[in-house]
Ligand binder design. Structure first.
Ligand code: SF4
Length: 338
């Protein structure tokens, strides 16, 4: 189990937001009783805790067994031997863990953790669209409900969306629900001379759609030599100004391998904190944009869900949704493997 000193060591370099929000050793000591109880319950119940890169750093660095982006965490969920999976992120990610582990108990400590993308389209919308576009392959971003996945052909994440759509033999694609990511895919293919007919649903991530290209220009003017890393949920005018485009885990790996020493991150600010902690010799800046859904996870809720999960915390899927959404997600792993 992590000690207060080890936790402080991980958190002390994180300076997202106002300096008054910096972690102290005292804060870390106050968290320890909750962390200790969570660790005991994990052992007792053969549970693991998966934590997304955007979740608060005191969770990320204390009780997580695995951290990462939605693709990496869904792989961990698939490989897990645990009886119980606690997913500290948002609802659709916990659902994806359940899709991949129908026999296991999957617990969501943050049952109100929505997502503006996942909440912006329903299974009925997809059923209607499939009638309108009968020849198209339906590709859904992982940020969708299990019911929506069950109506689609292939799932993708921000780390594999370009590669998988390129591999799909059908040239007619309906991509949902992220319009901005879809526009980035279209531009990417155009730049490679690939011609696919890609139709888009009009959903957006409320965090990433806010970034403006003028802010990138300003950062470049003010910080010579800064590398700008952008998430593909941003608009094409922002992505077009990036030095690197990728998922949160791809950004983390890019920083690890880069010779650069200063970076500006155009994504939810949780990742900026993680990178500040992991690479204290490098300089990171990012906007202070928080995802209210990701940030509504807490250590107390994780403890409560392990001690006494309610029906709202326990993910259940009807058998047909389970089976059809599994096919959609499994196809993502198949495409990723070749
Ligand atoms: S950051 Fe955007 S895409 Fe990610 S969970 Fe929050 S609302 Fe959804």
């Amino acid at each position: 189990m992590v000690t207060a000193e080890q936790l402080y060591e991980k958190l002390k370099d994180i300076q997202v937001g106002n300096p008054i929000c910096r972690f102290t050793q005292e804060n870390c000591e106050l968290l320890l009783p909750t962390i200790r109880k969570i660790e005991e319950l994990k052992r007792e119940k053969n549970a693991i805790i998966l934590v997304h890169n955007y979740v608060a750093p005191q969770i990320y660095y204390s009780v997580a067994d695995f951290t990462g982006d939605s693709y990496g965490l869904s792989k961990k969920a698939k490989e897990s031997n645990a009886d119980v999976i606690v997913f500290a992120a948002v609802r659709f990610m916990a659902e994806t863990a359940k899709i991949l582990n129908p026999q296991k108990t999957v617990l969501d400590p943050n049952p109100n953790g929505g997502c503006s993308l996942a909440d912006g389209i329903t299974a009925e919308d997809v059923i209607r669209l499939r009638k309108e576009f009968p020849d198209h392959t339906f590709v859904c971003y992982i940020n969708t409900t299990a019911e929506v996945k069950a109506q689609c052909d292939v799932c993708v994440t921000s780390s594999n969306v370009y590669a998988i759509i390129e591999k799909i033999p059908n040239n007619k694609i309906y991509f949902l629900p992220d319009r901005l990511m879809g526009e980035n895919v279209i531009n990417h293919f155009k730049s490679k001379g690939l011609n696919k007919d890609i139709q888009l649903w009009d959903g957006t991530c409320y965090v990433h759609e806010e970034y403006q290209p003028e802010s990138i220009d300003q950062v470049r003017r003010n910080f010579e030599g800064v590398e700008i890393l952008v998430h593909p949920e941003c608009s094409s005018s922002v992505v077009g100004k990036a030095d690197y485009v990728g998922s949160t885990s791809q950004m983390l790996n890019h920083v690890r391998e880069s010779n650069g020493d200063s970076f500006f991150l155009v994504t939810e600010c949780g990742l900026t904190g993680v990178l500040q902690s992991e690479f204290p010799q490098k300089t990171f800046a990012g906007s202070c944009t928080l995802c209210k859904y990701m940030k509504s996870n807490s250590l107390e809720d994780i403890l409560n869900v392990l001690e006494n999960p309610g029906p709202e915390n326990t993910i259940t899927l009807d058998p047909e949704t389970q089976q059809r959404s599994l096919q959609c997600v499994e196809r993502m792993f198949e495409y990723s493997a070749h």
